[in-house]
Ligand binder design. Structure first.
Ligand code: ADP
Length: 259
């Protein structure tokens, strides 16, 4: 049973945008936004024209992650000009309203904000638009999944059982609306102690790989729990641009090649 609402959008292509990829997670805090922005930058290194849409209405993080300040310009016909950073066009509700304002929005407002950010933005010609989805598998996620034809979805999970149960729910939601699963990413798997060099698996290890094989979907790679990734994200310099030849950038780039 699919939720219906007055704001049910039409499943139409966005003019000029060739492919739309959703980055989703069953729950918050697993590294979905970090993955979305580094995946987008990884796709850019392949020579593609890339856009990044932050559809995480209740917790927009792209302004900070991509180090963007200021507000988008309003063009003619009420179309917004996307912001730009590191050669990527970016739109986020975080550019438009105070975080506390969007926090209290009800479903229909969330849905209309998402469809506006998809359609009333001058994306121009893009090979790929990466969408950082809201966490979870509720109404906003379904709206997004149905608002435009999605080329596929990448699911991000940490290795714990609880996160994996939520990730499975995410996979089944996309399958239900017939959107291909491009693969599962395991985030925060291995932690290498910077002092002694020993590896620990703080949230477990390999769960997402096993889950991917159980569900018959590709496993796109594992990203370690690493302080540099967190510090660079907080500083608005994602690891793919800050350390392009480093090991973490390599993982995101290989992910970009697979999707
Ligand atoms: P979500 O979008 O799922 O809520 P975020 O991408 O915002 O998650 O990540 C939550 C927090 O975890 C952020 O502070 C981020 O910098 C940090 N983080 C994400 N992935 C990693 C990682 N692999 N190593 C270290 N910190 C990470």
């Amino acid at each position: 049973q699919r939720p219906r609402s007055a704001a049910q959008p039409k499943n139409q292509r966005i003019p000029g945008v060739k492919h739309v990829i959703a980055v989703a997670s069953g729950k918050g805090g697993v590294g979905k936004s970090t993955t979305a922005c580094n995946l987008a930058l990884g796709l850019k290194t392949l020579g593609l024209k890339v856009g990044l849409l932050d559809a995480d209405i209740y917790g927009p993080s792209m302004p900070k992650l991509m180090g963007i300040h200021g507000k988008p310009r309003l063009l003619e016909n009420r179309i917004l000009e996307p912001m730009e950073a590191y050669g990527i066009k970016v739109m986020s509700i975080g550019f438009l309203v105070e975080e506390e304002a969007a926090m209290i929005w009800r479903g229909p407002m969330v849905m209309s904000a998402i469809t506006q950010m998809l359609r009333e933005v001058a994306w121009g010609d893009l090979d790929v638009l990466v969408v950082d989805m809201p966490p979870g598998t509720g109404d906003a996620q379904l709206t997004m999944a149905q608002a435009t034809p999605l080329a596929g979805a990448v699911i991000v999970s940490t290795p714990q059982d609880l996160a994996l149960i939520d990730a499975r729910r995410g996979v089944s939601m996309f399958k239900r609306v017939e959107i291909p699963i491009l693969g599962i990413v395991e985030n925060m798997a291995t932690f290498v102690c910077p002092h002694c060099g020993q590896s620990s698996h703080i949230f477990g290890h390999g769960g997402a790989r096993d889950e991917a094989s159980r569900l018959g979907v590709p496993f796109l790679g594992e990203i370690p729990l690493n302080m540099t990734i967190r510090e660079l994200s907080d500083a608005g310099r994602p690891v793919v641009v800050a350390e392009p030849e480093g090991p973490h950038a390599g993982i995101y780039k290989s992910m970009a090649q697979q999707v």
